[in-house]
Design a protein around this ligand. Structure first.
Ligand SMILES: Nc1ncnc2c1ncn2[C@@H]1O[C@H](COP(=O)(O)OP(=O)(O)OP(=O)(O)O)[C@@H](O)[C@H]1O
Length: 264
């Protein structure tokens, strides 16, 4: 296996070719018909490296959320294939798709999506409770400590700050050790300090625990927490940046801006 990624300081070696937690091959997705037709994804081929933090950036409407939803099996594709690990997601029947998402995928959304009547701990273990699986106590402890929630485990969501609620959502995604976590604008509802904390925890979970995370963001500062950034325009991956900094990402994004249209 060749190793093309740049050297990094963390404990998890960069993946070689083929070592992807999720892959899209020639994925196309079209919304609407006739004059109202929108090509959201135009033949995207991409691999999300295992044990790495990948950010997806691009102008508004470039297809970021569509790509994430298609790769996570939340939305169907019109052509092409999506794989999570070795499992082909495209073509799976609903029952198998639900099981795959439950067993192999974690999600963190902009809205925290916590159950208000449950405590932080109950929210964290809810997906496993529903699946009838016992949490691995040692792993759960490590996740809770990584996101710094130990003193808040008995609190309900309304008794937590936005940043703490998003940490609960991150812990919920991490708790079952999914093959991959998809995060859609996870800091979109947070102030910059809470956002930095959450991004730090996501990055720690990659570096310390070998988690794979892919995150859609508009924010160059958030993207700079990732190991690599994929740039999407008009439904196509047009560039990749390793070891991003906020300045370099911002500079790259300026290349996508149309006069009078901001790259959100
Ligand atoms: N359900 C839908 N029906 C019709 N068009 C859609 C639908 N979802 C997305 N689109 C269109 O597909 C294109 C890609 O949308 P998508 O939400 O993936 O972009 P994005 O890069 O995530 O945008 P943003 O940064 O604004 O969230 C856009 O032109 C959008 O209007």
């Amino acid at each position: 296996m060749t190793n093309t990624a740049p050297p990094t300081a963390d404990a998890h070696p960069a993946p070689g070719a083929g070592d992807f937690a999720a892959r899209a091959h020639q994925v196309a997705k079209v919304y609407g018909h006739g004059d109202a037709q929108v090509v959201a994804l135009d033949g995207v081929t991409v691999g999300i490296p295992r044990g790495r933090f990948t950010a997806i950036m691009g102008p508004s409407g470039s297809g970021k959320s569509t790509l994430m939803h298609c790769m996570a099996g939340l939305d169907s594709v019109d052509s092409g294939q999506v794989f999570i690990g070795d499992t082909q997601v495209t073509g799976l029947k609903d029952k198998h798709l639900t099981r795959l998402r439950r067993d192999k995928v974690g999600f963190v959304f902009q809205a925290f999506n916590l159950v208000p009547t449950l405590t932080a701990l109950e929210n964290i273990t809810l997906p496993m409770d529903i699946a009838g699986r016992k949490p691995d106590r040692q792993w759960l402890d490590q996740v809770i400590d990584t996101v710094g929630l130990r003193p808040r485990l008995k609190h309900r969501p309304t008794e937590l700050s936005g940043g703490q609620q998003q940490r609960v959502a991150c812990a919920r995604a991490l708790a079952s050790r999914p093959e991959i976590i998809f995060a859609d604008e996870p800091t979109g509802n947070l102030d910059s300090r809470s956002g930095a904390e959450v991004l730090g925890f996501l990055r720690d979970s990659v570096r310390r625990m070998g988690q794979t995370i892919v995150m859609v963001t508009h924010d160059p500062t958030a993207a700079a927490y990732a190991d690599q950034v994929l740039f999407l325009t008009d439904g196509q991956i047009v560039d990749t940046m390793t070891e991003p900094t906020a300045e370099r990402v911002l500079e790259r994004m300026k290349g996508f801006e149309l006069p009078g249209v901001g790259a959100r």
